[in-house]
Design a protein around this ligand. Structure first.
Ligand code: ATP
Length: 305
């Protein structure tokens, strides 16, 4: 059994002049929750649609569960929530799923299992139009679960949800992974990806900027210094760590340097007549990392734009 569920090689999609996806090579491994992270318009949905066989790449290749996207062998083992499935508003959640189950030649029993898994068993008899956005989104995941696929592809599953709906969806994704399903989800929310994903592919302007674990993404440790006068402290820090490794933050100075540099830096600051109030190891925030990588503003609350 292969451990690689999705592999792309130089996947590219061009719409006229616009390169929506540019030479993306990524790997999703069995059993992981893979976060496909990037600002709006970065090319996430286009990539996912190519993986599902909904659109053809301009060039490059993709393999999903060992098969070409869109072939019966890959479609039957993949569940997807991309651009919200069309549900009938006056049918119940359960009946909507039954319609889909028949179309997919999946037994009705799977409908109840899927409703149970997304915690909608109690409300399965209610009309779809009476559902909250969170419930609608969970029904979408239930529809993706029909046939118990090995891979779930979820495009921005928490988009538009209120905080409680987001929490439920994140919990659901974690449960899917515990159940053994591989999940590939897209998101523009740093905090979300950090919380639920094992590995992350970061995409900006159609290009995969990096692919790694969240921990690796954070990269090397940093030092935080609070000292006065700050301009003299900054100059000393640059002498110790190099100009490019030092940044002035709102509340102090940040250096890309491990804590082994702390004693040397402290000595240099004191010898330069600087008053040192604080020196400590500080993790680089994901926001910093993404800012550097995508050169766009990012916050964990509002996500990348
Ligand atoms: N059918 C299309 N025709 C022309 N351009 C398109 C088409 N689909 C997407 N694009 C363009 O390709 C780029 C990538 O879009 P895509 O939807 O993949 O981004 P995304 O990362 O999913 O962003 P969002 O979260 O906003 O959907 C955008 O510039 C978009 O305008």
């Amino acid at each position: 059994m292969t451990n690689t569920i999705v592999v792309t090689d130089g996947l590219t999609k061009r719409y006229g002049e616009r390169l929506a996806v540019d030479d993306v090579t990524l790997t999703v491994r069995r059993g992981e929750v893979y976060g496909f992270l990037g600002p709006n318009g970065a090319g996430k949905t286009t990539t996912l649609r190519m993986l599902l066989g909904l659109i053809r790449p301009t060039s490059g290749t993709a393999s999903v569960l060992g098969n070409a996207p869109g072939t019966p062998a890959s479609v039957a083992r993949t569940g997807a929530l991309v651009e919200g499935p069309g549900f009938y508003p006056y049918l119940s959640g359960r009946d909507n799923l039954r319609v889909m189950a028949r179309y997919q030649e999946v037994p009705d029993h799977d409908v109840d299992v899927a409703l149970e898994r997304v915690d909608l068993a109690d409300r399965g008899g209610d009309a779809f139009k009476s559902y909250s956005l969170g419930m609608k989104q969970r029904l979408g995941v239930a529809s993706a679960l029909l046939g118990d696929p090995e891979l779930l592809v979820l495009d921005e599953p928490t988009n538009g949800l209120d905080p409680a709906g987001m929490v439920e969806m994140r919990r659901l994704v974690a449960e899917l992974a515990e159940h053994g399903q591989t999940v590939m989800l897209s998101s523009h929310l740093l905090a979300e990806v950090e919380e639920i994903c094992d590995r992350v592919g970061v995409i900006a302007d159609g290009r995969l900027v990096t692919e790694s674990t969240v921990t690796e993404l954070r990269g090397t440790a940093a030092l935080f210094v609070r000292a006065e006068p700050v301009d003299r402290a900054l100059a000393v820090a640059m002498q110790v760590a190099g100009d490019d490794a030092v940044r002035l933050d709102d509340d102090g100075i940040r250096l890309d340097a491990g804590d082994e540099s702390a004693p040397r830096l402290a000595r240099a600051l004191v010898e330069a007549g600087v008053d040192l109030y604080e020196i400590r190891a500080s993790e680089r925030s994901l926001e910093d990392v993404f800012f550097e990588m995508t050169s766009g503003p990012a916050t964990s609350e509002e996500g990348l734009r």
